[in-house]
Design a protein around this ligand. Structure first.
Ligand SMILES: Nc1ncnc2c1ncn2[C@@H]1O[C@H](COP(=O)(O)OP(=O)(O)OP(=O)(O)O)[C@@H](O)[C@H]1O
Ligand SMILES: [Mg+2]
Length: 242
């Protein structure tokens, strides 16, 4: 692995029963990068993200994070190594307030930074500050996405995994969320691995990207290269909003 290598997924296969969802996936994320994974419904994007977090576990191949083999590590120990995830569908706690949701993200290790970290998240997403006493389940879709990212950030991650942060949100809200991700990357040096069906927005934001088809990576390159690639344009960008 290169000196900057933070996450290295090598030849990973993941199964659901007898069905192979990932068929030998290799993906690298270097420190300080924003890397995205694009692909159609059912390609295996979420499965890769979940496999990195250890549930389901890879059946073959290896996943190395920050120099440690995490392939067979239980999920809670992977999280403790500072990989945080905002999963598909956001999965915030609907009956808890915004502040309580953030507390859940912090875990016991980080409680001493709680006030400082909450302030940072409120600066990033002022809307969450206004709504701090409101129950998660009553937030709008965009606010729930902000909360899901905020909760992941409370874990003080070295790597932030985001699964479809733009799903179902209006373009203006998506823009705000992507700007927040860019800001975290530029100002805090946060490394981000992003799964998106909104290929245009993801490629514009990313240093590098991978294309996944049927559980395999079929293409990779810089965000710019993939944006300009005719086959990527035809499959993922035609008719998309710019
Ligand atoms: N828990 C599960 N049990 C069985 N099969 C599953 C399970 N989760 C996902 N799959 C299958 O694995 C394949 C990959 O699914 P996955 O959710 O990773 O795709 P995706 O690229 O994230 O799709 P989307 O863009 O719709 O979120 C699909 O064929 C899906 O039906
Ligand atoms: Mg998915």
């Amino acid at each position: 692995m290169s000196a900057e290598g933070l996450l290295k997924v090598e030849g990973v296969e993941t199964y659901y029963g007898n069905i192979r969802a990932l068929a030998g996936v290799t993906v690298h994320v270097n420190r300080g990068e924003i890397v995205s994974l694009i692909g159609a419904n059912g390609a295996g994007k979420s499965t890769l993200m979940m496999t990195i977090c250890g549930a389901p576990q890879a059946r073959t191949g290896t996943i190395t994070f920050d120099g440690t083999d995490i392939t067979k590590m239980p999920t809670h120990l992977i999280a403790r190594r500072r990989i945080a995830q905002s999963p598909e569908g956001r999965r915030i706690f609907p009956r808890m307030t915004v502040l309580e949701n953030l507390q859940m993200g912090a875990g016991l290790d980080n409680l001493k930074y709680f006030n400082e970290d909450v302030e940072k998240i409120f600066t990033l997403f002022p809307r969450l500050k206004e709504r701090q006493s409101q129950r998660g389940g009553t937030l709008s879709g965009g606010e729930q996405q902000m909360l899901s990212i905020g909760r992941a950030l409370m874990a003080r991650p070295k790597l932030l995994l985001l699964d479809e942060p733009s799903l179902g949100l209006a373009p203006l809200i998506v823009k705000g969320i992507f700007e927040a991700i860019r800001k975290l990357n530029k100002e805090e040096g946060l490394t981000v691995f992003l799964v998106e069906q909104n290929a245009f927005a993801a490629l514009k934001l990313s240093d590098r990207a991978y294309v996944m088809v049927n559980g395999q990576v079929t293409m990779s390159g810089t965000g710019k290269e993939l944006l300009a690639d005719p086959s990527v344009r035809a499959a993922y960008l035609e008719g998309g909003h710019h």
